[in-house]
Structure formats: structure tokens, C-alpha cells
Design a protein around this ligand. Structure first.
Ligand SMILES: Cc1cc2nc3c(=O)[nH]c(=O)nc-3n(C[C@H](O)[C@H](O)[C@H](O)COP(=O)(O)O)c2cc1C
Length: 176
């Protein structure tokens, strides 16, 4: 079987951690790639998975660039997307507003799409970012103390996402 390619876009490391954990769950031939240094061409693969975090209301620019640049290949390859944000901590994993917007804007057709929570790490943020995150947390009923450090990632949700991908690819190959 061709490998599964996992591309990730991360600033503080949580989307990368999620991508690496997903690779372990998939338990097959997987290649990980940081979208900060993307390949010019995407190798032929069984599936493409993109894990990207949200910052300032949008997915990271390198992820948006990737969807734009490789639209044709993404339309022909099974695609799964995991969107990482703090507001996803309130959801059940189904696509939230950020992910729905991304799918719509780039006319994507993922067979699996997950909105998964990331981390809150106030000590890491500069003054301005801290105020923004405090605002987001206040609006969504989370800690706005400017001090908390909490990993909200729902790891069982990620394991279920991996299972969905595995089942889909098994089915896809059984059909083909
Ligand atoms: C500067 C900044 C802006 C952020 N903006 C948003 C946002 O608009 N909406 C949201 O739900 N989460 C937001 N987050 C939370 C991140 O999505 C979350 O911390 C995630 O775990 C970051 O992933 P990364 O470690 O891979 O960069 C923001 C975080 C930072 C530091």
C-alpha cells in the first residue's frame, strides 16, 4: 500500500503532537511533513491528512497555502483534516465554524474532518496574544486568569478519528 502523508501546521507544538500521535495510531506506513517546509510536489499516497491549528480566527497560513497550491491533487486523493483550536474544547469533534469555513472556502471534500482542542499556555504568550486568548476564553467560559496552562486535547477523540481513517481506507481498497 502507498504511504499515508500527514502534513501539519503548528506554532506552539500541539498540532504537531497531534499529527505524531495520529501517525502512531494509524499503524501503517506514514510520512510526516511540517508545512513550514513543504515539498514542491506531493508524492503519490493512499491518503493525505492535514492537521492545522487556528490562530487569530484562521488556520495557519502555510496550511491555507497548501490547500490552495495542491487543490487538484487534493481533489483526487482521499483527504482527512484535523483542525486544532481552543474553541473546539466545547465540541464533540464534529467540524466547528473554523473547519466548516475552511472546507467551504477551499471546496474540499474530506472523508473525515475533526475539530479537536489544543492547549492553553498563558505563560508562553506575549502581552497582546495573552489579551486575545483571555478574551476568547472569557467568551467561551474558560479560564481568563492569564496564568493557566492546560492541555484540552481529547486524545480518545483522536484515536476514534484514526479508526475512521483506517476503516475508510480498508473499505476503499476492498472496493478497488
Ligand atoms: C496567538 C494565538 C491566537 C489564537 N487564536 C485562536 C482563535 O482564534 N480561536 C481558537 O479557538 N483558538 C485560538 N488559539 C488557540 C490555539 O489554536 C491553540 O492554542 C492550539 O493548541 C495551538 O496549536 P499549535 O500549538 O499547534 O500552534 C490561539 C492561540 C494563540 C497563541
Amino acid at each position: 500500500m502507498k504511504p499515508i502523508l500527514i502534513f501539519y501546521a503548528s506554532r506552539d507544538g500541539q498540532a504537531e503532537r497531534i499529527a505524531r500521535t495520529l501517525a502512531i495510531h494509524l499503524n501503517t506506513s506514514v510520512q510526516l511533513c511540517d508545512l513550514k517546509t513543504p515539498p514542491a510536489q506531493i508524492a503519490s499516497s493512499a491518503a493525505i491528512i492535514v492537521v492545522a491549528s487556528v490562530r487569530y480566527g484562521r488556520h495557519l497560513p502555510e496550511a491555507l497555502q497548501f490547500f490552495k497550491q495542491h487543490a487538484a491533487q487534493l481533489a483526487q486523493t482521499p483527504l482527512a483534516i484535523a483542525s486544532v483550536s481552543l474553541s473546539a474544547r466545547k465540541g464533540d469533534g464534529s467540524p466547528n465554524g473554523y473547519l466548516k469555513k475552511l472546507i467551504h472556502q477551499h471546496q474540499l471534500s474530506p472523508f473525515a474532518a475533526l475539530s479537536i482542542a489544543g492547549t492553553l499556555n498563558y505563560p508562553r504568550y506575549g502581552w497582546l496574544d495573552k489579551q486575545l486568548i483571555r478574551l476568547i476564553m472569557r467568551m467561551t467560559g474558560g479560564p481568563s486568569d492569564g496564568l493557566s496552562c492546560i492541555e484540552y486535547t481529547n486524545w480518545p477523540q483522536l484515536a476514534a478519528f484514526a479508526q475512521k481513517i483506517t476503516a475508510y481506507l480498508r473499505q476503499d481498497h476492498a472496493d478497488g
